[in-house]
Design a protein around this ligand. Sequence first.
Ligand SMILES: Nc1ncnc2c1ncn2[C@@H]1O[C@H](COP(=O)(O)OP(=O)(O)OP(=O)(O)O)[C@@H](O)[C@H]1O
Ligand SMILES: [Mg+2]
Length: 410
Amino acid sequence: MSDRSQFAWTDLLWLAFLAGLAVLEPIREPHKQVILVGIGLVQVFERRLLGWTGLERGRVYMVLIKIGLATLLLPHTADVPINSSYYLIYYLPVITAAMYFGPLATVGWTAAACGAYCSFLILALQDYDLGWEAASELILRNLFFFLVAIVVNRFVTENRRQAQALAETNRRLELAQAEARRSERLAALGQLSAGLAHELRNPLGIIKGSAETLSKKASPAEPVTVELASYILGEVDRMNMLVSRFLDFARPLSLDTRLEPLPPIVDRSLQAAHERWPGAGIEVERHYAGDLPLVPLDADLSEQVFTNLAVNAYEAMGEKGGRLRVSIAPATSDGRRGVEVRIEDSGPGIPPELREQIFNPFFTTKKTGVGLGLSIVAKIVDDHHGNILVASPPEGAGQGACFRVFFPVA
Ligand SMILES: Nc1ncnc2c1ncn2[C@@H]1O[C@H](COP(=O)(O)OP(=O)(O)OP(=O)(O)O)[C@@H](O)[C@H]1O
Ligand SMILES: [Mg+2]
C-alpha cells in the first residue's frame, strides 16, 4: 500500500516538473511538447518496462531511450541546439545510468550522453566558429555531467551496500531467533520428559521383575500364563528403550571431547545405518576432503548425530533405494573455521513448511517414528557449538533432503 502511494507521489512530481517545462518557452513548439510527453511516459512506466524486458536489458534500453529523447528535444528548444538551456535534460540518462550501473559503466554511459550532446557541435560549426569561451562553456557542462554521475553513483552504491548488510543482519537475527525458540522448547520439553521418564523407570522395573517371576513360576500346564508373561516382558523392553531415548534427549549432556578426525566417525555411522537395512538398494557416495583439520568432539555423541541423519535418509529413500551422498570438507560459519559434513539423499525431500518443525521433539511423519532423532541431533550439535541446517530442494544439489552439520575447530 505505502509502495503504491509512493509511486503515485513521484509520478505526480514528474508530471508537475514536465508540465513546468511545457509552459516555458518555446511554448508553441508541438514537437517539444510531444517529446516531453514521451519523457513523462518513460519515467512513469519505467518500472513496468523493466519488468517486461528483463532487468539487465531493460536498464540499457532505458538509458538509451532517455539519451535519444534528450537528443530529440534539443533541436526543438533553440535555434542552435547546442546552446539550448534544455541541455540539462541529459542529466536524466546520466542519473539513470548512475543509479542502475557500476562506476565504470556509469562513466561510459555519461560519455555516451556527452557524445550525443556534443554531436550538435557539428551542426553549429557549419554556421559559427567555436571560440575558446564557448568551448570552455561546453567542456564545463560536460564535466558537470560526470561530476553528478559519480556522486550519484557513489551514493547509490553505498546505499545498496548498506541495504544488503541490513538484510544479511536481519536474516541472521531471524536464524538466531528460530534457534533460540528451538532451544527454549527443547529445554522445557527436556525437563518434562526427564521427570516423566525417570518416574517410569521404577514401575517398569517392578513390572518386568514380576513378569519374569511369573513366567518362571508358571507351570508348563499353564501355557496362556507363560505366553502373556512373555508379551509383558517384550512390551516392557520396548518401553524401556523408549524411556532410554527420552532420557538421552532430556538429560544434560556431559561431553567428553577430544580432538578427533571426522571421517572415521562418519564411516561408523554409515556402517550402522547400513546394518539396519542391509537389503536396501542404497548407493553411498563419499566425498571426503584430504586436508581436514581435527575437531574437538565427543566421538560417541557425534557418531549418534550422523547415525540419526543417515537412518533418516535410509528411511526417506525406503525400499526403492537411492543415492546417499556424504561429503566432508573444511568450512567457515559466522567467521569460525571448522568442518562441514553434508548428508544428501535422493528421497522425497522435506517440504519448506516442515523445515523448522522437524527439529521439534516428537515431531514425526512416520508411522512408527518417535520424532526424537533430529532433536537429539540438534542438541548434540548445539552442545558442540556447531550448527545444523537443512536444505531441501532447490538449494541442495541432490533432489532429496540435504543436512549440513558444522563443527568448529576451536
Ligand atoms: N532425510 C529426510 N528426508 C525426508 N524427511 C526427513 C528426513 N529426515 C527427517 N525427515 C522428516 O523429519 C521428521 C523428524 O525426524 P526425526 O529423526 O526427528 O524423527 P523420526 O525419524 O520420525 O523418528 P525417530 O525418533 O525414530 O528418529 C521425520 O518424521 C521426517 O518427516
Ligand atoms: Mg529419525
